[in-house]
Design a protein around this ligand. Sequence first.
Ligand SMILES: CCCCCCCCCCCC(=O)SCCNC(=O)CCNC(=O)[C@H](O)C(C)(C)COP(=O)(O)OP(=O)(O)OC[C@H]1O[C@@H](n2cnc3c(N)ncnc32)[C@H](O)[C@@H]1OP(=O)(O)O
Length: 201
Amino acid sequence: MEERPVDEFDYGRAVYEPLTQSVRQLIDATIRTEVGEDTVAKVQALVDEGARLLSERLVPESFGVQYTRDGRGMPWGNAIIGLRNPIAPPLVIERNRDGSVWCDVELGAAYEGPPGCLHGGISALILDQLLGATAHRPAQPAFTGTLTVRYQRPTRLGRVHGEARVVRHDGVKTYAVGHLENGEGIMVVAEGVFVRPAGRA
Ligand SMILES: CCCCCCCCCCCC(=O)SCCNC(=O)CCNC(=O)[C@H](O)C(C)(C)COP(=O)(O)OP(=O)(O)OC[C@H]1O[C@@H](n2cnc3c(N)ncnc32)[C@H](O)[C@@H]1OP(=O)(O)O
């Protein structure tokens, strides 16, 4: 894999993250707008023009994970943490000294399932990433083998806190648990088995 210059991380972040944030606002406004059809048509033309301009140069396939020479990963297309992906909240995962992880994230209209509540698939997506992050070891990526999610109570849209930790290792398998909570308590719990496939480090 081609390594990218060290300053590309900060440059890329400065250039693309504001665009992503604008598109996130666009997604939210697209869902919730009540303007008339003339305005909708005008916005559609502007968005189409924006897509045309951005498409003048594209990477051939998905973004993947590019690395700078000082080892910083740029998983910028990732569905949940990608800073160039407007459908990612994005999740910012913090790591404690003991390897456990946590996040605080604001989830709005784009993540709705039951009215006013978080879509269960989005909860599973966040927990997959959180549990996967705590199971992760540098240069030994672990894939989700099995993820079990128990939805205890509907989770209102808004601020959500998540946590995950490893409970045990067994050869190539790492077992992790985690949960999502908000001001109303623990809403969703998960346990997962993460497998380090031989020869795919
Ligand atoms: C800074 C950056 C942070 C980076 C932070 C990164 C966070 C990433 C979070 C996102 C993670 C994802 O979504 S990953 C994407 C979703 N997952 C996938 O696409 C995985 C697709 N499945 C596969 O590639 C494969 O089936 C694997 C890798 C899971 C297993 O294949 P394998 O390696 O050939 O496994 P195999 O030799 O047969 O078995 C090895 C051992 O694992 C067990 N095992 C095998 N499959 C499973 C399974 N599905 N669930 C449970 N256990 C399993 C076997 O019983 C065996 O146990 P024993 O006999 O040894 O006891």
